[in-house]
Write a protein that binds this ligand. Sequence first.
Ligand code: SF4
Length: 447
Amino acid sequence: MALKALDIYKLLPKKNCKECGDPTCLTFAMKLAGGKADVDLCPYLDDQSKSVLGATTRPPIRLIKIGVGERSFAVGEEFVLYRHDKTFYHPPGILFKVSDTQEPEEITATTIRVRDESFTRIGTELRFNGIAIENASGSPDAFARAVTTVEESADLPLVLISKNTDAFNAALIQVGSYQPLIHAATKQNFREMCALAKKHSCPLVIKAHGLDDLAGLAKDCVTEGVKKLVMDISPQSPGDFITISTAIRQLVITRQSPDLGYPVFLDATHPHLQDAAIALGIVKYASVIITPPLSPASAKAALTLRQNIYTDPQKPIQMNPGLYRVGTPGKDAPVLLTVNFSLTFFTLEGYLESTRIPCFMLIVDTEGLSVLTAVAAGKLNETLVRDSIRKFDVEHEVSHKTLIIPGYSAPLSGRIEEATGWNVMVGPRDAAEIGEYLHEQWKNHES
Ligand code: SF4
């Protein structure tokens, strides 16, 4: 069980010496309780207290970084079983798989796709994370060649998959310093694989079926000096994956099985069930997912699902307040006011673009609330509108003083006119009707 801050405080030395970076032992205890500090930061803890606190205050799932540089990603360090309990922090890395039996041109094409492809959704750029290279040939030379082909095309995180330690040696000479994830240590080969992982500072996948075998293998690797582990639970089917990965998450979150506290790996190359396997992996606790290159439709679905699951449910996705342009608006362009809830912004922006009428969008800070909620909560009010017009210098951008407000904020129209001195037009409630509204009401208003 996790300890509360006061229980932790009782175990601290109470010197208030600040050497941990916190002003008092109590503030350090509070950070430890929230999983936001490491027990090793206090130099005065005796071994017994350190071991008790370490077991109860470290994040239940270890944070593992894969790759180096701009595209590297971290997985693990999750604290809850259900997203609505708090949030999930580290989205799974999804990597496209290639084989060293493929032609170099094919490998290069997949690598370049992962390097360059991105989708923008609700203002966020969504991308795949890297390349998994499989030593299907069994040949060290072919593996090294495939790895070099990928490495020459892009600086991406890698997963190296082989059953042959000679092949790993050949490949890691090329890319060991990029800290690829290497797959996999088993009960039979873990000493050799741990030696490789230590030599190149690489994270290591351990592979076993059954929770006891996984926990035992993890302990063996830690004893060998390798702590950066990811677990391949060797599922027989997507359903089997969910059963095992959910059991692991429950056991580690409740700290019943700290030896299983590592991110989980999923090979989603299941014939006919690839899309389903990826979706289940994203939802149910996979942290590294490898898949053959996806069709454009499946790619967008996977990235969208991942984005949805890994946004904080307690924080609406927000835009920065400001004056945004749609097209190239002139001095006579309409100014439309709305809130900084991202979904509202992008929905309205899409409809405005399709009207082909250049305009300004004045986005005000309602802390990410939608129009209706912001009006009801008093977050959208005449003072905010007045201050936003001033702050974003709207009067210098246009030669008129007419503001179109959302239909759901109609009750505020009089107060906004009084506070701002602007003429207020009430727009439609449904953003889909904004084109018709601008073509009819705005054009009539101009003439
Ligand atoms: S270093 Fe240890 S003793 Fe000093 S303030 Fe921090 S927790 Fe307290």
